[in-house]
Design a protein around this ligand. Structure first.
Ligand SMILES: Cc1cc2nc3c(=O)[nH]c(=O)nc-3n(C[C@H](O)[C@H](O)[C@H](O)COP(=O)(O)O)c2cc1C
Ligand SMILES: [Mn+2]
Length: 478
């Protein structure tokens, strides 16, 4: 496979899956080109920007890294030509092979080719786009893993938090409540200390992928990145922080996050992954950058959330963890999980009245992510990844009075545009969800009208006999 971002890009080049773009403006134009590329559909290329307006040639940005299935697979360490079949089941099988692959310490690496320390630090040299029109400023980090170490428990956390550029050595850092990086920083602040950090701005995509798996508290995302890479992440000990620095990263920042009372910036707003400016601009902690290390001609991983495109990859890791958890809890009759727009759809074989609702309630608690807005439970004859099947079940097996349930006050997201501003400001990010039980009512299943259908074997026989004839008719279509 590959060992770093450049070899990854090399593979994309050999697959004609990356486009080199020169002379674009980081003020909105780079963002717009990323959006336009996405509009070309599932097979659009990644974009490698060079000679960016206002910056030295060689200081590059790659965007649309994992916005297609093929590149998402590559980024997760899966050969893009491998057929996946049932994607959730495929990813679950992969997750079941997990065992921690801890990082390996080394003494040097290409990231140390260039150094800026202390007063020499100048973040302004690196291209920082304004991605969307109403963004509050320029963002240097959008796909930027941030490393912190728990002060008591001594393990290294890696989470991706966006970084707004304020001056030559100051970044605003937006960490959502509940994310481990924020909890760790708080522990330092409670002792009046600043929290040491490492930031990677460009990297082996599996570093970011490992950090995005929803790794539980207490476990290092570096062990997950190593597992995805099938070999340890090689790290140098940071001279200032003692934190691990991936030696093949493109750009590494070393510094600290002082307590919010000591330094803060009004960060944002930023076009969020939900497609709105739904997260109020407010004082956020800063990263004070004390050293920068970078490769020659460095490449930044640009991952703003372009509406409708997956900046975090399009493989169903969260749903695979849900399926795994359902089975672990003893729900053995779960067949398949799918997504149709905003609906999480679970197909199963209900065995007793209330069975389907139990499964929905478990999924509604939010496993590997926030609870969905809509859950649909369907019978095992319905393919939860087929829009036609799911809409048919919803239109024929649901009674609006009896089989739709409103779940109030469930855990929501700070970026949900539908939570009123006043409520959000008070710190309340709860919201409502709906459960649709679209399974045939089990208590009178035998009397439920039979669907119009043919026996599978009979239909197959007719297909063999008539398919050639039908194909000639189809070819006459305009
Ligand atoms: C491309 C990308 C950008 C992200 N940006 C942010 C962000 O700005 N703030 C944030 O809190 N989480 C962001 N996330 C989500 C977190 O990084 C993710 O939930 C991570 O698992 C949190 O890890 P932690 O709990 O160890 O801190 C982003 C994720 C991705 C993939
Ligand atoms: Mn974590």
């Amino acid at each position: 496979m590959y060992t770093d971002l450049r070899e990854f890009i090399g593979i994309l080049e050999s697959r004609k899956d990356v486009l080199n773009i020169d002379d674009a403006d980081p003020h909105l134009e780079i963002g717009a080109i990323g959006v336009l590329a996405g509009q070309l559909g599932e097979n659009h290329p990644a974009l490698l920007f060079d000679r960016i307006k206002g910056y030295s040639a060689g200081y590059r940005i790659i965007t649309n890294v994992v916005t297609t299935k093929a590149r998402s697979k590559l980024a997760a360490g899966i050969d893009p030509d491998t057929p996946m079949g049932d994607e959730v089941e495929f990813v679950l099988k992969m997750l079941e092979t997990f065992s921690p692959v801890p990082p390996k310490e080394v003494s040097s690496g290409p990231v140390m080719e260039n150094k800026q320390v202390g007063d020499a630090v100048d973040l302004m040299k690196f291209p920082a786009p304004k991605w969307h029109e109403l963004d509050g400023g320029k963002y240097l980090g959008t796909g930027s893993p941030v490393f912190t170490k728990d002060p008591q428990e001594d393990w290294v956390n890696v989470g991706i938090y966006r970084l707004q550029l304020f001056d030559k050595n100051t970044l605003g850092c937006a960490i959502n409540p509940g994310h481990h990086g924020g909890i760790i920083a708080q522990k330092y602040w409670e002792k009046g200390k600043s929290c040491p950090v490492i930031v990677s701005l460009g990297h082996d995509p599996r570093l970011l992928e490992g950090a995005h798996l929803g790794v539980p508290w207490g476990q290092s995302e570096l062990d997950y990145a190593g597992w995805l890479r099938k070999k340890p992440v090689e790290v140098i000990t940071g001279p200032i922080t003692g934190l691990p620095i991936p030696n093949n990263s493109e750009i590494i920042l070393e510094g600290d996050i002082p307590p919010l009372s000591e330094a803060s910036v009004v960060e944002g707003p930023f076009g969020e992954s939900v497609g709105y400016y739904s997260f109020e601009s407010k004082p956020q902690p800063v990263i004070r950058v004390k050293a920068v290390y970078h490769r020659n001609d460095p490449i930044i991983d640009g991952r703003p959330p372009f509406r409708g495109l997956a900046h975090d990859g399009s493989l169903p890791f969260g749903d695979a963890i849900l399926l795994q958890s359902l089975r672990k809890m003893g729900f053995s009759d779960i067949k398949k999980i799918g997504r149709i727009g905003p609906f999480l759809v679970i197909s199963m074989t209900p065995r007793y009245p209330g069975h389907a609702r139990r499964v929905a309630d478990f999924a509604m608690s939010g496993i590997a992510g926030r609870p969905p807005k809509y859950i649909v439970i369907v019978d095992d004859d319905i393919d939860p990844t087929s829009q036609r099947d799911v809409m048919w079940a919803l239109s024929s097996r649901v009674d609006a009075e009896e089989s739709v349930y409103l779940v109030k006050d469930r855990w929501g997201s700070p970026t949900d545009p539908r939570i009123p501003p006043e409520k959000k400001r008070s710190g309340d990010i709860t919201a409502g969800s709906l459960i649709f039980d679209a399974t045939i009512p089990i208590s009178w299943k035998s009397e439920f009208p039979k669907p119009t259908a043919f026996a599978k074997s009979a239909l197959e026989a007719y297909r063999k006999k008539w398919a050639p004839k039908l194909a000639t008719g189809a070819s006459k279509q305009p």
